[in-house]
Every structure is written in structure tokens, then in C-alpha cells.
Design a protein. Structure first.
Length: 175
């Protein structure tokens, strides 16, 4: 990893952590919209520096809010898996963003019910863990597959990518 990759990793680490902390009221809880997760799909464009950045940024944001060791360990693991999946599936960006939302919903929803009362999900009588997994998966789909995919689409335009590349930034191509 060269200095530019390290700098890009630091930028994404900071952006993710700051978005989590500033938007803490909606970034945590049984019904949440972790806006910072919209950065995860950018792994399809900028590669491993984003994967590392959103992983470390999640660790910092979760350590700041401190729900406990589960959240500080498993939240970043979920981001690592999500961002890696998006990077590996980058040729099919929308599919990648949908697939990337799933580990967050399953992993984070799989333990968050220990900290919060699960929300009512469509009036169904579900076990607490299942209701939380559904809630977090829905919010993750909004953040990654709707907001994140839109951000990826805009930033992935040639009119934006070419100036970045001409200034020495590594941009991952779809092929």
C-alpha cells in the first residue's frame, strides 16, 4: 500500500467515523439509518483503501458510542465483509450494493437485539433476533443500495473519474 492508498484509507476512515458520530441519533438503535454506510459502495470505485477505511471508521464510531465489545468487534467485521463483497462484485454494481447490505443486516442485527428492544416488523410476531435482522437489513439496503449506489453512480462518471486519475488517484475499473 503506497502513500496515496494510505491517505485515501485515512480519508475514508475519518469520513465514516465522523458521519457516525455526528449523526449518532440515527446511526444507532433498533431502527437506524447509518448514513456513513453510503461510503461502503465506493469500494467498487477506489478499492482496498475504502475497504480498510470503512472498517476502521466503523471501529472508531462504534467505540465512540460504545454499546459494548460485540458492537466494536462485529460492526467492523460486517463492514469489512460488505465492502470486500462490493469490491469483488464491482462489475455488477447494483447487485454488489445489495449483496453488501446483507452481511451488515445479518451480523449487526444478529447481536443488536441484545441492546435494544426490536421494532415491530410489519405486525408480525417474530423472535427478537429476526425482527432486528430484518430492521437492520432494511436500513442497510437504504444506506448502501439506494444512497451508496447513487453516490457510486455519480462519482463513477468519466467526467469525475478522469480528473481524479489525472491527479494520480487510483480508480478501480469495472473490468
Amino acid at each position: 500500500m503506497d502513500a496515496r492508498d494510505q491517505a485515501l484509507t485515512a480519508i475514508f476512515t475519518g469520513l465514516y467515523a465522523i458521519l457516525v458520530m455526528v449523526l449518532a441519533p440515527i446511526s444507532f438503535g433498533p431502527v437506524q439509518l447509518r448514513v456513513a454506510d453510503c461510503l461502503i459502495p465506493l469500494a467498487a470505485l477506489f478499492g482496498w483503501p475504502v475497504v480498510a477505511g470503512v472498517t476502521v471508521g466503523c471501529f472508531l464510531g462504534n467505540a465512540y458510542y460504545w454499546l459494548g465489545p460485540y458492537d466494536v468487534v462485529f460492526g467492523p467485521v460486517a463492514n469489512l465483509i460488505a465492502a470486500s463483497a462490493i469490491f469483488l462484485l464491482r462489475k455488477r454494481r447494483l447487485l454488489a450494493c445489495v449483496v453488501g447490505a446483507l452481511p451488515i443486516g445479518v451480523i449487526v442485527g444478529g447481536y443488536l437485539w441484545l441492546f435494544f428492544t426490536p421494532p415491530d416488523v410489519f405486525g408480525l410476531s417474530l423472535p427478537a433476533w429476526a425482527a432486528m435482522m430484518i430492521s437492520i437489513t432494511i436500513s442497510s439496503l437504504i444506506a448502501t443500495a439506494v444512497i451508496g449506489y447513487s453516490l457510486l453512480t455519480v462519482l463513477g462518471r468519466q467526467s469525475i473519474v478522469e480528473p481524479l486519475k489525472s491527479r494520480g488517484l487510483k480508480v478501480v475499473t469495472e473490468s
